[in-house]
Design a protein around this ligand. Sequence first.
Ligand code: EPU
Length: 424
Amino acid sequence: MNITHIVGGSRLIGDIWVSGAKNACLPMLAATLLTSDACVLRNVPILRDIQTMLEIFRNVHADVTWLNHHTLKIGTSQSDNRFPFEYVSQIRGSVCLMGACIGRYGHATVPKPGGCRIGERPIDLHIKGFQALGYDVKEEKDLIFISAGKLHGATIHLCGPFGSTMTGTMNVIMAALPIPETTIIKCAAKEPEVIDFCNCLRSMGADISGDGTSEITIHGGRTLHGYDHTVIGDRIEAGTFACAALATQGKIRIFGLKNGLLSNFITTLSLGGASIFHDFDHIIHVESNGPLSPLDVITGPHPGFPTDLQAQVCALLTQSDGTSTVEDKVFPRRFLYVNELQKMGARIQVSEGKATIHAPTSLTGAMLQATDLRASAALYIAGLCAKGETCVYDTHHLERGYENFCEKLRALGANIFQSNTNKA
Ligand code: EPU
């Protein structure tokens, strides 16, 4: 079992580069199924979830080649679509295989996706979207069967109880591509990863407009060819490092993220008194001005405060100067990590999707269990500002979504290392 050891107390100082965005990259990998041409994807982050997606492609006999450290070439001309349950069920991004597969072949049999334990992860909106286009969808145990009925363009509302759906929007776009009519998605997800995904599809020849707004229009029936696309930087990784720097009273610059992609987060932390801004050269400057003032944070779909930074900001707010609240309106049950922070002395109560954080708290190192990807990052942040040594077990959760996280933290001055016990 891998354990990460963090000895708290070092200020983070220096420069880091963020990797490519996992949540843009996974659907783009799925989109290679839309064409028999080879596709080249650049700035691919080296992560466990990406490796899992590539295992799926190798299993269906796609041609997967690393051209260099972060550049992939994938050809699916010889591939079948017998997707392996073992891998598809490990990650959420695999849900996009459905849209990609029906976009190419008109039918698909895909195991249900997995993903982090952060509450309900239904796919009813994806299915509703496919059905509105004329696809027949059947669910049987762990499998989804999709076949083409009489396909037609449609106006589809993708609004769920907590707003739109990111992977659902991308899936319905792909399912609409072969239909030579117009499809309009209302209440579409507006996340930067959706825009980057649409840029990638446009480079294949797709006719899509309106991405980045709540209404996306697809004129289907265009012939699609291979793409050569560079994935955008990871805004969640950037936000995670910003939280880590502020929690340690540090000063860092973050490179690799286009200006404007993290605005709500930056404005929120500025309101708390942090010196943080994203300049026109796309560099984020982060400097602590002492403990933050208390904040009331509410997550929401983009351009709201990202749910994927909720846990990290909670860890940071244990060091603020008073009582803060953090409410998750996208995944209200995404607070499993709070038990672990409490072992370090954090005073946090969670009720109905809202955490109340009493601060400041002097955290003490402890033995902690990582529960999911972003929760792991929150535990690392808490460890960085705690007294003594923190040991985090089950680091594979973190490796799903952060490339070289420990190495990057160490380069900023963190006292962090990994060990392995041979116990399973
Ligand atoms: N929802 C429904 N029905 C659906 C789909 C979603 O009710 O059919 C609800 C969800 O329960 C949730 C909300 O809609 O309350 C938003 O879910 P969404 O579908 O947007 O999430 P997702 O596409 O499954 C992606 C990211 C998540 C990120 C969310 C929200 C990927 C692979 N995952 O998930 O990333 O939290 O969007 O931005 O793209 C992470 O990286 O740690 C992560 C969990």
